[in-house]
Structures are given as C-alpha cells and as structure tokens.
Write a protein that binds this ligand. Structure first.
Ligand code: PBG
Ligand code: ZN
Length: 324
C-alpha cells in the first residue's frame, strides 16, 4: 500500500511542486582574498579553487561572478605590512580601502561587503590590540579602532560592514562610528555568534592570519554553548545589528534554528573554509558525489533557517542552479 508519503514521491513534477525549501543564486555571498600587486592569482593548497588575487584579477573575477548572477561579495585583505595594531586596515590607502574603490569603480552594481577585523593586519595575528598584561585583545581600544576601520571602509564605498572580531559592544561602537561619519545608510551584518573553531584552519592559510601565539578562545565562543550562542546574537540585535550570523555553519545548524526562532532579523551562515575543504578533498579522493553533497549541504542551511549563505562554493552552486 502506498500511503500519503510515497504516493507524493512518485512523480518528479509533483516532487518539485511539493519542495518546501529553495536555493537561489541571490542567497549567496562569495568571499574574495585580496593582495597587492598585479596579475596575481595564487591558489592556496588547503583550499583548491580559492585564490589570493591582486585587484586587477578581482575586477575580472567580478565580471565572471556577475555572469553567474552573483552580485554580493565579501572582501578580506592581505596587507603588505603588518604591525601591532593593524594600521593598514585603518588607512585610506590600505589594501582594503584601495580594493573597495577599484571594485566599485569598475562594478558599481556589485554589492561589496567588508569583513571588519584586525587578524589579517596585526603582526601577532589576533583580532585587535593586545593588552600586554592579560595577553589577549584589549576590548575597548579595539572598539575605537573598529570604528575607524568601519569609517575607512564606508568612505571607500563599502555597501555593508561585517564585523567578525567578537568584541563586546562592537555593534554599538561601529554603529555610532558610522552614523557619526555620515554613514547611517550602511547596514551592519554582525558575525554575532562566532565559535572558536578548528574549521577556520584553511582560511588562515589563505588570509595569512594565524595567531602567532595562543588561540582565539578569549573572544570567540565555546562550541559547546547553546544558550550563550542565542544571547550573543540577541545582544547584537539589541545593539542595532541589521543582519545576524552563525559561523561556522555545518556543525551548528541547531544554533541557526535557535537564533532564527529567537530573532526576526535576517540570518546569515558562514559556510567556512574547513567545511569547503572537507568536501573538496573528499571529491579529489573520489569518495563523494561532490555536486550532490554540496547542494544537499546548501539546502540544509536554508532548511535550518539561513536567509544568506556565505560560501566558497557559491560559484559552483550558481552554475548548477542556472542549469536547471
Ligand atoms: C576574521 C575571520 C575569520 C574567518 C572569517 N573572518 C577567521 C578567524 O576567526 O580566524 C573564517 C572564515 C573561514 O574559515 O572561511 N576574524
Ligand atoms: Zn579576526
């Protein structure tokens, strides 16, 4: 006997009619890593298909992204010089500010999001200015630097700011900085619930941002904590965040659902470097059907409650979605 379940799975058209969750190219933000120089497009061994690129190559990449229908990117800068505070990130002629200007000039229709943090820019690789006694990031000095960095990005033409450093009070500070600088129209997408995760490993090769000592556990969250995960995102909502985020994604889909149910704000997930590399390496080893596993992963994010997916797979996903 077929019952109300299997009788609705027999016909492919009916199966499509009954599909509850959908993926769209518009759901995606594609991460890009920018280095100074010209003609540079350097693949990183731990993330096949992901490149460090110079600005001219990024401009070409944006043309390709648009043909795929991807109009949202998030930028990470790899500066020539690092110092104890991450000065390059707060400089109008630093790698990120220069890139934003060049990209917006060539592609005014690209929606440019900037990752707002200091770990790529400091010589110690931590996400802000260090407190010499506590040997961790000083919260409040870092907040005032984040304000400066946010205004530098906005002045250069960033469309949205995405602070990823997990400092307490960062949204209040950045909002105040942006509003005071005449940028009240620029939304903040907060990395509101970000865990201290080993899944960031490959990213740190690409972004050259591994901490030179210790780890990030004094500012990023303990992966074991669910209630705190909800509180972190709700705090950022109360501080004025426009979009919330859970990061990483795959091992934290319960948290995605929790936050979706506790807040009406749009929610992003960051499908991080380690998640990407696991699928890539498994594909290269010939042990999975890469495209199917990738699409199943993406629909899982949407089903869990994500509105936006930040993913290194975005181009491959778009290619498949456009074929359909
Ligand atoms: C910077 C930042 C990180 C990622 C995004 N922004 C790394 C970190 O916290 O070390 C990780 C992204 C990824 O793994 O793909 N704070
Ligand atoms: Zn950081």
């Amino acid at each position: 006997m077929f019952t109300r379940f299997r009788r609705k799975r027999l016909n492919p058209v009916l199966r499509n009619l009954l599909q509850e969750t959908h993926l769209r190219v518009d759901d995606f933000i594609y991460p890009l890593f920018i280095k100074s120089g010209e003609g540079i497009k350097k693949e990183v061994a731990s993330m096949p298909g992901v490149f460090q690129m110079s600005i001219d190559e990024i401009i070409k990449e944006c043309t390709e992204l648009k043909t795929l229908g991807i109009y949202a990117i998030i930028l990470f800068g790899i500066p020539d010089t690092k110092d104890s505070v991450g000065s390059d990130a707060m400089c109008d002629h630093g790698i990120i500010a220069s890139s934003i200007r060049a990209i917006k000039k060539a592609h005014p229709d690209m929606f440019v999001v900037t990752d707002l943090c200091f770990c790529e820019y400091t010589d110690h690789g931590h996400c802000g200015v260090l407190d010499p006694i506590l040997e961790t990031v000083d919260n409040d000095i870092t907040l005032s630097n984040l304000q400066k960095q946010a205004v530098v990005h906005a002045k250069a033409g960033a469309d949205m700011i995405a602070p990823s450093g997990m400092m307490d009070g960062m949204i209040t500070a950045i909002r105040k900085g942006l509003d005071g600088g005449g940028f009240s129209h620029i939304p903040i997408m907060s990395y509101s619930t970000k865990f201290a995760s080993a899944y960031y490993g490959p990213f740190r090769d690409v972004a050259e941002s591994s901490p030179s000592f210790g780890d990030r556990r004094s500012y990023q969250m303990n992966p074991a904590n669910r209630k705190e995960a909800i509180m972190e995102s709700l705090a950022d909502e109360a501080e004025g965040a426009d979009i919330l985020m859970v990061k990483p994604a795959l091992a934290y889909l319960d948290i995605v659902r929790d936050i979706k149910e506790n807040s009406s704000l749009p929610l992003a997930v960051y499908n991080v470097s380690g998640e990407y590399s696991m699928l890539k390496m498994a594909a290269l080893a010939g042990v999975i059907d890469y495209n199917r596993v990738m699409m199943e992963t993406m629909i899982g994010f949407k089903r869990a409650g994500a509105d936006i997916i930040i993913s290194y797979h975005a181009k491959e996903v778009a290619l498949l979605l456009n074929k359909k």
